[in-house]
Design a protein around this ligand. Structure first.
Ligand code: NBG
Length: 839
């Protein structure tokens, strides 16, 4: 929709003062103004939620000024733009983060105090948008923060799920899923932009025809059309004026009522059609590292991809940039294979909508896309049955066949007479039922392919994408993941932030490598004791919080041993459980044994359909019930499964950890990002040589890291040699005792059936090699326990962890993407006092 230009002599809109001022008096006035005129409340009857909303709008006004200035500047300059396509953005609460990025955290806290309000209580009111499952979605959110902080023009494109990741309750030790209604009280951070809606087609058939120039063309006649409406959220950068956009698409019916059906008296039929269209953006699929192969999921993927690409064409047009320069204006990052249908959709748009010929279109497509792979797990690699794919996206299937034809010819030229290779690499899996292989499409359609940690990229090249690495060695790069220190240190750990800043100044929040300057304090006993005191205070806070929620006493002097992440067999929360039972058995055998008191904390959700993961949660809770109640334990061990893990909760947990459990089977965790957040906040890692653990160890030094377990290579060798878990069960009496105790029903009120599936799986398959790593893990945990008793040594190690985690800032990751893949330039934004009405 074109807006009417406003004549230059018209008055400009004044947006200063109450909507922009950052001083305390202005903030208070603006807050009350929003309370009256947006919430429609006066203080006496306002709820905490009203106060939260009023503050959110106050902060939003300040963002809007930066947002408009940014949009205007980008638009005038036609700046090259990163489009980050992701099915998930796990943003976490916005308010606190925006206060940090705007540099007004302390002022606003003071303003609220002066109004008799507690900022922390207002934070609690914010419903976080849980539009992601775990690491992949949270990574996308960290990257948006860094893109804005590095003043890089960018748009995050995704889906505005009405229901995000489910809320987790625990009943009788089992996970129970509850619908997440994050939009219930309204979302002050988003703005609907119905004027930029687009239409997305599904199903139907194609028709070939010859156009007036005699060219072969194809017309797609769909049998369903859905509207995509964008909702925009401003993404502030840290202490810069740049404010980028997260644009999430909501699905709506093309017409609220189908009037034909309505006139025929079929009211419910008409409404049903509307409901069906809106289903597309209803709910996030709650699987992490697992595909379910559902039609609706493919609809979601195509829906947001098509909306986003059409939006890019709209932007090109508005900025008067020729279609042929699409790849100069936009660089598109595919966050895993979820948005990979974009390769075919961009081909379709260029050819069918803009009349471009194949070779030209293909060259634009492959110059535009880059693909990030996030997993080596076979069950997470997406493939769609041809029949399903073809009936939903008939034109795209034709295009994919054509891409494949060209691609197979290229393989034949490079590797003549290698039929096996052709069938391994083909975009179509023809070994049984036929499938489209999305990772192959992503590799062929992109100019860059990256893994998310050095080991992961190496294994991709060696294994899952080996043929592609031989075919296109120049496409492969590594970009090790990172996390934003704004949210995960400055916001969530204000005490540590103050201490660090008092010593080395505040630059580290932007240049995390500056933390190295802390190294010179490792022998400074005063500093170390402050460092230790802070950790203790934070642990005390978490203990109080736990007491409030669960009525359990946990001792802040005990070692806080934390594993929080999605529940998955490869992440081996059950190996951690075996350790707890080991310690418990030792105490039962010798009640006076001298062991280091520990608090074991777990957090994380299991996919609702993942039975083993749910059984692991039940096991942990069952062990907790017994251990926490046994008088012999005398409070030396405490076990707690913290329900409903979320970004908000994670921010409480990372700063309080002494020990970070990163114990996946080597070769399975692509990177991990929680590992980085723990280490930055001064937790020591117990971990395998997996994912980014390898690089964390390299940075912090082996002497400051508790390493155990088989390497990825040893894991493959063991499996190849015919791994038998019983060899370990029968030769390690401590392991045997642990397994026998669980099997005997000791933790399940005598029920020997309850944990049988889990135990049998370990005894007869043990795909993730828990038994093989058990001894090494337990011995390593013993070293952890002993080291913790030497508090000076422990503090020194934790300080060195914090000081040496600069590499794991998402700013470094984004800079790597910019230098090696995107080649964008920063655009700095001047803040104008006035924004011109219209543009
Ligand atoms: C996950 C990996 C993690 C990694 C994140 C972000 C998927 C498919 N992969 O190890 O399991 O840290 O991606 O890269 O969710």
């Amino acid at each position: 929709m074109q807006t009417a230009p406003i004549p230059p002599e018209c008055p400009t809109v004044r947006v200063e003062d109450d909507r922009t001022g950052l001083d305390i008096e202005t903030l208070k006035r603006a807050f009350l103004d929003n309370l009256f005129y947006i919430q429609g409340k006066f203080p006496e009857i306002a709820t905490q939620n009203d106060y939260y909303m009023a503050l959110a709008y106050t902060v939003r006004d300040r963002l809007f000024r930066r947002w408009l200035n940014t949009a205007e500047t980008y638009s005038k300059q036609g700046a090259r733009t990163v489009c980050y396509l992701s099915a998930e953005f796990l943003m976490g609460p916005h308010l606190g983060n925006n206060l940090i990025n705007l540099g007004i955290f302390d002022t606003v806290k003071q303003a609220m105090t002066e109004l008799g309000l507690d900022l922390d209580e207002l934070f609690e009111k914010e419903e976080e948008p849980g539009l992601g499952n775990g690491g992949l979605g949270r990574l996308a959110a960290c990257y948006l923060d860094s893109l804005a902080s590095l003043e890089t023009p960018s748009i995050g494109y995704g889906i505005r799920y009405e229901f995000g990741i489910f809320d987790q309750d625990i009943k009788d030790g089992w996970q129970v899923e509850v619908t997440d209604k994050w939009l219930r009280f309204g979302n002050p951070w988003e703005v609907a932009r119905p004027e930029w809606e687009v239409e997305v087609k599904f199903g139907g058939h194609t028709q070939a025809f010859t156009d007036e120039h005699g060219n072969y063309r194809v017309l797609w006649v769909p049998d369903k059309v859905v509207r995509g409406v964008p909702y925009d959220t401003p993404i502030s950068g840290y202490k810069v004026n740049s404010c980028n956009t997260l644009r999430l698409w909501a699905a709506e019916a093309t017409d609220s009522f189908d009037f034909d059906a309505f006139n025929a008296g079929d009211y419910s039929g008409a409404v049903f059609k509307k409901m069906e269209s809106e289903t597309i953006s209803k709910v996030l699929y709650p699987n992490d590292n697992m595909t379910q192969g559902k039609i609706l999921r493919l609809e979601q993927q195509f829906f947001f991809v098509s909306c986003s690409l059409q939006d890019m064409f709209r932007i090109l047009k508005r900025q008067n940039i020729a279609i042929e320069r699409f790849h100069e204006k936009f660089t598109i990052q595919l966050n895993d294979t979820h948005p990979t249908i974009a390769v075919a959709e961009l081909m379709r748009l260029l050819m069918d909508e803009y009349g471009m010929e194949w070779d030209k279109a293909w060259s634009i497509v492959t110059s535009t896309f880059a693909y990030t792979n996030h997993t080596l797990l076979p069950e997470a690699l997406e493939r769609w049955p041809i029949s399903l794919f073809g009936s939903m996206l008939p034109r795209h299937l034709e295009i994919i066949y054509e891409i494949n034809r060209h691609f197979l010819d290229d393989i034949r030229i490079k590797f003549p007479d290698d039929l096996d290779r052709l069938s391994r690499m083909s975009l179509i899996d023809e070994s049984g039922e036929r499938y489209v292989r999305m990772a192959h499409l992503a590799c062929v359609g992109s100019h860059a392919i990256n893994g998310v940690a050095a080991l992961h990229t190496k294994l991709l090249k060696q294994d899952v994408l080996h043929d592609f690495a031989e075919m296109y060695p120049e496409k492969f790069v590594n970009v090790t993941n990172g996390v934003t220190p704004r949210r995960f240190v400055a916001l969530s750990n204000p005490r540590l932030t103050r201490l660090i800043t008092s010593k080395i100044g505040g630059n580290w929040i932007k240049h995390l490598d500056d933390l190295r300057q802390l190294e010179k304090y490792v022998d400074d006993t005063g500093f170390c004791s402050e460092f230790r005191t802070i950790k203790h205070e934070i642990k005390q806070d978490l203990s109080n919080y736990i007491k409030g929620l669960y009525d359990i006493n946990v001792d802040p002097n005990s070692l806080f041993d934390i594993q929080s992440k999605r529940i998955h067999e490869y992440k081996r929360q059950h190996l951690n459980a075996l350790h707890i039972v080991t310690l418990y058995n030792r105490i039962k055998a010798n009640p006076d044994i001298d062991i280091t008191p520990r608090t074991f904390l777990f957090g994380g959700k299991a996919a609702p359909g993942y039975y083993m993961a749910k059984l692991i949660i039940k096991l942990i809770n069952s062990i907790a019930d017994v251990v926490n109640r046994d008088p012999d334990v005398r409070d030396r061990l405490k076990v707690l499964f913290m329900k409903d893990y979320s970004v908000k909760f994670a921010q409480r947990v990372y700063p309080a950890a002494d020990l970070s459990e990163q114990i996946s089977t080597a070769g399975k965790e692509a990177s991990g990002t929680g590992n980085m957040k723990f280490a930055m906040n001064g937790a020591l890692t117990i971990g395998t040589l997996d994912g980014a653990n390898v690089e964390i160890l390299e940075e912090v030094g082996a002497e400051n890291f508790f390493l155990f377990g088989l390497t990825a290579e040893e894991v493959s060798q063991k499996k190849a040699a015919g791994y038998n878990p019983q060899d370990f069960y029968s030769t390690d009496p401590e392991l045997k005792l642990v397994i026998d105790r669980i099997s005997s029903g000791f933790f399940s009120h005598g029920d020997t059936e309850l944990f049988k599936p889990l135990i049998d799986d370990l005894m007869y398959h043990d795909q993730y090699l828990l038994f093989a790593d058990y001894r090494s893990y337990i011995d390593c945990q013993d070293r952890v326990g002993l080291t913790y008793r030497d508090q000076d040594l422990w503090t020194r190690m934790t300080l060195l962890n914090t000081a040496r985690t600069g590499k794991f800032s998402s700013d470094r990751s984004i800079q790597d993407y910019i230098d090696n893949i995107w080649h964008t330039k920063p655009v700095s934004i001047d803040l104008k006092e006035y924004v011109q009405g219209g543009s």
